[in-house]
Design a protein around this ligand. Sequence first.
Ligand code: ARG
Length: 573
Amino acid sequence: MQTADVTEELARRVVTAAGRALGVELTAEQALIQASPRDGVDYQANLAMSLGKRLGRPPREVAGLIAEALELDGIADPPDVAGPGFLNFVLRTDWLAARTGALLGDPRLGVPETTAPRRIALDYSSPNVAKEMHVGHLRSSVIGDALARLLRFAGHEVLPHNHLGDWGTPFGMLIEHLLDVSAGQRAIADLDAFYREARRKFDTDEAFATRARTRVVKLQSGDEDTLAVWQELVDESTRHFNAVYALLGISLTDQDIYGESFYNPYLATVVDDLEGAGLTEVSDGAICVFPEGFRNREGDRLPLIVRKRDGGYGYAATDLATVRYWTSERGATDLLYVVGTPQAQHFAMVFAACRAAGWLTGHAEHIGFGTVLGADGKAMRTRAGETVKLADLLTEAVTQAAAVVAERSELDAAGQAGVAHAVGIGAVKYADLSGDRERDYVFVWDRMLAKEGNTSVYLQYAHARTQSILRKAGSLPDGNDVVLEAPAERALALKLLRFGEALKAATSGYAPHKLCTYLYETAVAFSRFFEECPVLKAASPELRASRLRLTVVTSRTLALGLSLLGIEAPERL
Ligand code: ARG
């Protein structure tokens, strides 16, 4: 089943009415339909104000004319004109009930697939080889994976690519250090310790530093033995990253790895083509592009360095090649980069240079995110002042979750251990997803594992409760009649019908927190319904069946919504 959501249903009719009454042609968006924050009003159309200005007529009069011309086909009662010219809609409860009942037979819960699918290259996670993933990579992984799920569900093709930092001058010292470590036994237990040791030797041991520099040259010239050791480093690191992805339920695989080294073969032509297009300048011996409109505080133009003075290529050159690869060779229509906000300027400059070069004509966007802060309000660190390791953090999350689950659980000890993973990992991911991504957030266990409030634990409990009701009910009655008599029933049904609107907002704005807010409101509406409307002991068999149906749709909405965020919804807690 493919249906328009309520906003679209109303917009279509408002646009038609405006055309008929005023002779204007509007798009659906221009109907300015909004869910109403006011009690007793479900939706409002806010077009009369701007339309009035445009037509030189009083907005209230414009609103009145549209209202008169409206054919609502039983969706809503004729709207009131309120305030400066709002059209206030109250949906008809019988229509609402029929719509809600129809959700039962629809695996997509009323959410249509896009009619204009895009091919989206999505850069996320992107940690650095021979370094432990840190909380910044946690955010990129969690947000990126949620976006991948949302975009795929919407019907787009997603090409994930993990832009591993696997190239550059530090690899000379890292390779030499790995060679120094006893030959037979090269597994790296602790990537950060390995990196620090390599760096210490480089800084204190002149002979080692010389070897490291020679090694970089060998690496860059494609020496086979050197590349083999480099590959070992990459594989060792990938093993660590995959362990974190497995813990987190991140869907990236080895096939998605397109590290910086992958773009090596393209770098020379990237520079040649930029030179050919007259976009480069030599500055201090380096070949640079100065994209239009980027200046520092002194007013000097800012460069993207495409080839360094020593002939090497850096981060910027690789990103130029990356854009060109995904647009030209892979036909991506959209490029998305889930990377911390400090890199905003870097991406803006890369996009500008690529547009100037003609490699980028479609949509490109840096999806930035803020920093994870410790309780002290500063970037999160361990007590020893080091960056926090993700694996440690996630293990801690599961331990903390086990304690929370034990406080109130219908499960035995083994069952509790099973769900502690879902609860702990869910809490960490949800804390990351539920706030506006561009803002920093404070990492506080008690807050993210709270059973009340906008947390995954709350949503998981709400979902488990729906499942428990359905288990107690036994078999589900056939049919899809829904009765909406009590206000809590109607409010729940209206929420359930807004799933598609929430997904659309979360997907188009790359804003998973909008889905979180929606799921939270749905769980709250369900809990009110559950308090006010007996389900299993309803007054009549029809009412019992209808309430079970509302419970089914709620359950499926919460489970699907959480799964699109990459969070598990256990059936029992
Ligand atoms: N490895 C980089 C870092 O850890 C992130 C790479 C982001 N992607 C890109 N195409 N530059 O900061």
